[in-house]
Design a protein around this ligand. Sequence first.
Ligand code: MN
Ligand code: MN
Length: 378
Amino acid sequence: MTNEAGIQPIRGTRGANDPGPRNQILDLQNPDVFIPPETDNGSLPNLKFPFALAHNRLEDGGWAREVTLREFPASKSMAGVNMRLGPGVVRELHWHKEAEWAYILQGTARLTVVDPDGNLSIDDLKPGDMWLVPSGIPHSIQGMEDGTEFLLVFDDGNFSENETLLITEYMAHTPPSVLAKNFGVDAEHFANIPKSEKYIFRQPVPQPLEVVRSQLPDSPPPQPYVVHASKIEPTKYSGGTVKTVDSRTFPVTNLSALIIEIEPGGMREMHWHPDADEWQYYIEGEARMTVFDATSKARTFNYRAGDVGFVPKTLGHYIENIGSTPVRVVNVFNSRLCTDISLNQWLALTPPELVRGHLNLDDTVMKALRPGVRAVVR
Ligand code: MN
Ligand code: MN
């Protein structure tokens, strides 16, 4: 690739060619960063971090990588993990201080959870299904015959997947005499427990769900920790679809989510969220987003599969499909309910003379203002 190939940082009379050195692959993936729209202004923090730049932890039969506050300083309120578990491979029994929201990307994952009242949940989740494990609640994850890949979102940017409370470490760091007393058996029976974490490790693919469930008490938690969201029909709009999963349909969750599909030419309309930050994961397609903040700050970013985006609470934004294939993006909010303010609806419900007085809009624009949820437009 020569320095003359690809895009150049020229917009009208502004800019000049870039003779190099330059990373042309990144330039081509981030055209709105390399050649920002004229409307961009001022300094906003970076609001994109690709999982492809996150350290990948390769383990026995799986891997895990994380985008936390350390990788992505803007995302103070939430952190994300992308994990792969091969057939039978287990993410060790553990718990953590943060709540864990999950979205299955590939294959089948088996989740086990036990609650404080002795209720238990064992379920198999398919792509599009979700779980929410509250703070402090113990759980494990296992890949089924087809293995699994999934996304985890935690309600604190300081979370680290490498610093969870693990069953192996808890046992290894308790005096054997205490283990003996706790379980009512002699200490020698604990001679073979692991000295350190197993974290991710191979096991045989477990028995079918009905078999495993039949071996344990039939005592499901009163509010399920899983939601088979793959079976929920999305709401259709002119430019795509939106599936909402929040505490109205998934009472246990303290993190709400939108699964958005934007057709080529479509756009998630201009809006903001009055009470929540938005953590984004792009599943497919090519998109751009401009984020607006006071005073006069605006910055545009490009996103594609595997990228994480972030929008701080109350900042204006849209997500535009700039490719020729659908954009699919997951939005996770650190609030129990999904709420947003639509720019179009706000103006439509404001006295027209007041709107005209501010913006000098002509009749065509004034007639285009209408209340109601539009969500994804074209
Ligand atoms: Mn966990
Ligand atoms: Mn949003």
